[in-house]
Design a protein around this ligand. Structure first.
Ligand code: NAD
Length: 473
C-alpha cells in the first residue's frame, strides 16, 4: 500500500516489469498492448449517512484488468491510500499471478478510499452493502463475471455482507454463493483458506531449496532441514509460513515485528512466540532469545532464507547491500524495491517472487469458488466410499499374505480425504508445478531472475488465450 503520491503509478511499474519480460519473447506488439491494458475501469462515488445525521461521499473502484479468462478475480481493499493507479496495478498483478499458477481467472481488484479504523461496524456494513450494490448495478460482480475476495482492511465479515447483498438482488442465481470468496465456513467458505497463503509460501520455498543445481550455485545444501530462516511479520502469512517451515526442520532464528523482534540462533518455538505475541501484543519480555528493539535490523542478520511477510518496500536501496540471506522468499506483496533487486542480483541472491510465492491465497479461493458452483463440500460424496474400498483392499491383502497391518497403518491408508486434505493436496500440486515451470523458463531463457521468468510464463499463457479467443467481431 503506497501513501498517496500523485507521481507514482504502481500500474506503470507493473507494465515496466512486463516489458522487460517481453524483451525475452517473440510477442506481437499489438498483443502485448492488449495484455497490458486494463479492460474495464469502474470508479464511482456514493454517499453514506453518518450516525450524527451528516453525510460523506466516498470513492469506490472495481477494475478488471484482463478478460482473457472469466470470471476475473481479486480482492477488495479498504484504505485511505486506495487510488485508481494502485487498483489498476494490483488488478494487473492478479492477472499475471493467476496465469503463472494456472488458475483460470483474469485479474481484478477493487477498493474504497476509507480508513476502516475510523468507522464503526454498522457504518462498515452499510459501506460494504452499498459498494456491492453499485457493482451489481453495473454488472461488475457475479460468479461468472467478477469474484472479489478480502484484501487490506476487509475480511470474512465483509465477504458475508457482500454475498448476502448479492443474493438479495439475485434470488434466482443458483451459484450466487460463488460471487465472492474468503467467506466464513458458515457462509460456504472453505476449510484451509486461513492458512493457505503461508502454506503456499512453505511449499514454494521447499521446492526452491530442493533443486541441487540452484543450491550449489548459492553455496547451500538442498532441503529445509537446518536452514536458518528470518521472518518479518508474525501475522497470518508470516506465522503460517514460519510454522510450516519449522515443522519441516528449518530453524526460525529471527522474527521481526513492527514493535520489536526476537533473535535466537538455536531456533525459535513459533507456537510459543505466537501465543506470547497474542497475549502481550508484542515480543517484549519473551524470555527465550534476544529481544531486538530495532526489528528492521533483523533483515540484515545472518541467515539462509529471509521471508518478508509484512509490508511492501522493506528491502530497499538502503539495506539491500547488507542482506546476508542467500534466498529471499517474498511472502508479502512488493517487499523488495526495484533498486534493491538490482543490488541483490549483483550479490547473486535468489528472490522467489511474490506473484508466485503468495499465490496460495488465490489458489484456495479458486477451490472455494469451485465448491460454491458444485454446492457440495469437497470429499463429502466419496469419503466413506473410499474408506470402505480401502478397508476391503487391506482385508484382501491380509487374507492373501497372512500378515496383519497395524491399526496405525490401517488408519493412514483407510482414511478418506476431508475437504481440508483435498485443499492442501490441490494447493501443493499448484505450488510445486508452478515453481518448476517458472524455474525451467528461467533456465531456458538463460536469465537470472525468477520474477522475469514468472512474467514470461504468465505472458505466454495469456497470449495463447487471447490468440485462441480471436477478436470479436
Ligand atoms: P497481517 O495483518 O495478518 O500480518 C501482517 C503482520 O506484519 C502483522 O503481525 C503486523 O504487526 C506485522 N507488521 C506490520 N508492520 C510491520 C513492520 N514494519 N515490521 C515488521 N512487522 C510488521 O497480514 P497478512 O495477511 O499476513 O499479509 C501480509 C502480507 O502478505 C501483505 O503484504 C499481504 O498483501 C500479503 N498477502 C497476504 C495474503 C493473505 O492471504 N493473507 C495473500 C497474498 C499476499
Amino acid at each position: 500500500m503506497s501513501e498517496a503520491n500523485e507521481a507514482y503509478s504502481l500500474f506503470d511499474d507493473v507494465c515496466m516489469a512486463v516489458d522487460s519480460a517481453a524483451a525475452h519473447m517473440d510477442i506481437h506488439p499489438g498483443l502485448l498492448e492488449q495484455i497490458k491494458a486494463c479492460n474495464a475501469i469502474f470508479k464511482f462515488s456514493f454517499p453514506i449517512r453518518n450516525d450524527d445525521g451528516t453525510y460523506q461521499v466516498l470513492k469506490g473502484y472495481r477494475i478488471q484488468h484482463s478478460h482473457h479468462k472469466l470470471p476475473v478475480k481479486g480482492g477488495i481493499r479498504y484504505s485511505s491510500y486506495v487510488n485508481e493507479e494502485e487498483v489498476k496495478g494490483l488488478a494487473a498483478l492478479m492477472t499475471y499471478k493467476c496465469a503463472l499458477v494456472n488458475i483460470p481467472f483474469g485479474g481484478a481488484k477493487g477498493g474504497v478510499s476509507i480508513d476502516p479504523t475510523k468507522y464503526n461496524v454498522s457504518q462498515l456494513e452499510r459501506i460494504t452493502r452499498r459498494y456491492t450494490s453499485e457493482l451489481i448495478k453495473k454488472n461488475f460482480i457475479g460468479p461468472a463475471i467478477d469474484v472479489p475476495a478480502p484484501d487490506y482492511g476487509t475480511g470474512a465479515r465483509e465477504m458475508s455482507w457482500i454475498v448476502d447483498t448479492f443474493e438479495a438482488f439475485n434470488p434466482n442465481v443458483i451459484n450466487a454463493k460463488g460471487c465472492v470468496t474468503g467467506k466464513p465456513l458458515s457462509q460456504h467458505g472453505i476449510d484451509g483458506r486461513t492458512e493457505a497463503t503461508g502454506m503456499g509460501v512453505f511449499f514454494g520455498i521447499r521446492e526452491a531449496v530442493s533443486v541441487k543445481e540452484d543450491m550449489d550455485a548459492l553455496g547451500l545444501t538442498t532441503g529445509l532441514k537446518g536452514k536458518k530462516v528470518i521472518v518479518q511479520g508474525l501475522g497470518n502469512v508470516g506465522y503460517h509460513s514460519a510454522k510450516y517451515l519449522s515443522e519441516a526442520g528449518a530453524l526460525i532464528t529471527g522474527v521481526a515485528e513492527y514493535n520489536g523482534g526476537i533473535y535466537d540462533e538455536d531456533g525459535i518455538d513459533v507456537e510459543a512466540l505466537k501465543a506470547y505475541q497474542l497475549e502481550n501484543k508484542g515480543f517484549k519480555g519473551y524470555t527465550k532469545g534476544e529481544f531486538i528493539a530495532d526489528a528492521k535490523s533483523l533483515l540484515t542478520y545472518p541467515c539462509d532464507i529471509l521471508v518478508p511477510a509484512a509490508l511492501e518496500n522493506q528491502i530497499t536501496g538502503e539495506n539491500a547491500s547488507e542482506i546476508k540471506a542467500k534466498i529471499i522468499g517474498e511472502a508479502a506483496n512488493g517487499p523488495v524495491t526495484q533498486e534493491a533487486e538490482k543490488i541483490l542480483a549483483e550479490k547473486q541472491v535468489m528472490i522467489i517472487p511474490d506473484m508466485y510465492l503468495n499465490a496460495g491465497g488465490v489458489t484456495v479461493s479458486y477451490f472455494e469458488w469451485l465448491k460454491n458452483l458444485s454446492r457440495v463440500s469437497f470429499g463429502k460424496l466419496e469419503k466413506r466410499y473410499d474408506m470402505k474400498k480401502y478397508d476391503a483392499l487391506l482385508d484382501s491383502i491380509e487374507n492373501a499374505t497372512g500378515d496383519r497391518f497395524t491399526q496405525g497403518q490401517r488408519d493412514i491408508i483407510v482414511k478418506g480425504a476431508s475437504e481440508r486434505d483435498l485443499v492442501v493436496s490441490g494447493l501443493e500440486e499448484t505450488m510445486v508445478t508452478a515453481y518448476h515451470e517458472m524455474n525451467k523458463t528461467r533456465k531456458e531463457k538463460n536469465i537470472q531472475s525468477l520474477r522475469t521468468a514468472g512474467f514470461i510464463l504468465a505472458l505466454e499463457r495469456i497470449a495463447v488465450s487471447y490468440m485462441d479467443l480471436g477478436i470479436f467481431p
